[in-house]
Each structure stands twice: as C-alpha cells, then as structure tokens.
Design a protein around this ligand. Sequence first.
Ligand SMILES: NC(=O)c1ccc[n+]([C@@H]2O[C@H](COP(=O)([O-])OP(=O)(O)OC[C@H]3O[C@@H](n4cnc5c(N)ncnc54)[C@H](OP(=O)(O)O)[C@@H]3O)[C@@H](O)[C@H]2O)c1
Length: 313
Amino acid sequence: MFELYIDIVCLMLIAAVLIGIYFFCYMTCYTHRSKSAKGAGIKKVVLITGASSGMGRATAEFLAENGFMVYAGTRDTEALRELEREELVPIRLDITDPVSVEAVVKKICERDGHIDILINNAGYGLVSTVEDVSEEQMYAQFEINVFGLLRVCKAVIPVMRKQQDGIIINISSFLGKIGLPLLTLYNSSKYAVEGITDSLRYELKDFDIRVHSIMPGFFDTKFASDNLVTNLDTFDEASPYASLVSNLAPVIVEQINNGNDVGEVGEMILAIIEDERSPARVTVGDKAKKFIPMRRELSDEDFERRVREYYDL
Ligand SMILES: NC(=O)c1ccc[n+]([C@@H]2O[C@H](COP(=O)([O-])OP(=O)(O)OC[C@H]3O[C@@H](n4cnc5c(N)ncnc54)[C@H](OP(=O)(O)O)[C@@H]3O)[C@@H](O)[C@H]2O)c1
C-alpha cells in the first residue's frame, strides 16, 4: 500500500516536471515570436527596390493596403509622392551606392526596429548583341540587376539574421531560365539572380531567413518604354544583325506592352509571405507559365527548337 502511494507521488512529480517543461518551451517560443515582429498588432516591415513604377509600385501599394509597413525604395521619390501615407513611405535609394543602401537600412531600423521582407525588384534590360556591347553597358547591366541586388541583400541580411526571421524575394524573370538573342546580357543577369537565390537559401536557412525568386513572364509596365536600353550599333540598319533585330525586337516590345497585369505579381508576393512552405521559385504571367514547365520537361535541344519556332529565330 505504502509502495503504491510512493509510485503515485512519483508519477505526479514527473507529470509536474513535464508540464513545467511544456510551459517553459511555450513561453520561450512566444517571446521569440514577439521579438521577431510576428506578434499580433506589429506591422511587418517591407523594403522594396525600384518602386517608382511597374511591379514595384503596384506591389508597394498592394502590400500597404494589406496591413504591411512599406518602404518604397526609389531613385525618384517624387514619383511616389501621391501614394505616400503612414504605411507607404517613399525612400530615396540608389542600389549602385553602398552608402545610400546602408543609410536606407539604418533609417528603417531606427524607425521600426526591424525589416521583415526584402523585395529586390529594381532592374532594366539591355538589348544588344555581344559583339556590339560596350564595357560600360556590360557592367551597368550587372551593376543594377545583380550587384545592386547583392548590395541590398548584404545590408539587410545582418538585420534579419539578428531577428532570426526574414523573407527575401528576388524578382527575376522567366528569361532567367531561357536564352534569347539580343538579350544575352539581360538574360544572363537574371540567370545570376536565380543562382543567388539558390545559394542564399542554404546560407540563410539556419537563421530562419527564407529566400525565393519570382520569374515573371511579360508584364505591362514601363519596362519596354523606359527601361529597355538599346545598343545603337545593334539597331543600326547596316548591322549584320539587322534582320534579327527587325524580327525579334518589335515582338518582344509588343509582348511586354500586352503583357499581364502587374497586380498578379503583388498577389504572388503576398502568397509567398503568408505561406512559409512556398516553393523556392514561382512563375507568374502567361509567358512564364508557358515556357518554364516546357524548359523543365524538354531536353536543351528540344526546348531550343520550340523557342526558335515560337520566335521565328
Ligand atoms: N515587365 C516585364 O515584362 C518583366 C518581365 C520579367 C521580369 N521583369 C523584371 O521585373 C522588375 C520590375 O520591372 P517592371 O517591369 O516593373 O519595369 P519598370 O516599370 O520599368 O520598373 C523597373 C524599376 O527598376 C528600377 N530601375 C530601372 N533602371 C534602373 C537603374 N538603371 N538603376 C536603378 N534602378 C533602376 C526603377 O526604379 P526607380 O526608378 O524607382 O529607382 C524602376 O521603377 C525588373 O527587375 C525586371 O527585370 C519585368
């Protein structure tokens, strides 16, 4: 009888210890969630680059409307003045200048104490043959689309690492998985963005920082009108590439101008933010949904044949 009594006391003690451990773990976890701005009532802070137009602008507005605190990084803050409000702050950002990038990160941290989501969106397209491209054009393309993106990551990662929480979303392109003539520099810059995404996913995993890429198809933005930079020699009527240029360039411009609506990109970004099991890379827009699965399924040669047929190359 006495032994049974001892057994019951032991069992109760073990149960008490287990309940204690459970509450300790729960409180530790709860404190961590609050620290990392996941707690109720704390707005998640977003920094987006290239926000004056197109996908960047639309996404900044969309996320601000959906309860985020958005810092809209741009070289041209005036272009965003009409959107400015408490939850959407235009902030001057030149991604080619490390001092500008550091200053933006410092300012956000001073105001909000955290940066939860970085959207690397700024980018432009150089249209040039490799034969004609100048040193300056070649470096400028990678300076914005690749090194600018890395520069912003470099400044934001320490903040996210200390938080043990963060999401980086790189706006790549479906052309980050597909070659096309005249777009060698642009496409290779987007291939590089894909490589950065893949590598950073490993590097930042232990700090609970997720990294994703979005590969848009063609979207109706200012990209064709304002941000396609053409090489004059390539576009010269006397160029040995003249027939390629006259066949392909108008088709690409037409496809961008009749592309999908930028709202789809914002919705995709929100879906990635909300679902921590989101895939490493996603497609958005008709062209990406057409070519990316084809790219995965076909051999290099078969895929090339399909692209040749499609663009009459
Ligand atoms: N439109 C498409 O069909 C398409 C398809 C696939 C991928 N993308 C990619 O989507 C992203 C957004 O492009 P979008 O279509 O929204 O075009 P967009 O309306 O032309 O916007 C591009 C943004 O990138 C920034 N940017 C452009 N040139 C720059 C430079 N030299 N230095 C620094 N920033 C520069 C600008 O930001 P600020 O002026 O605000 O600084 C601009 O707002 C780009 O990375 C682009 O490559 C576009």
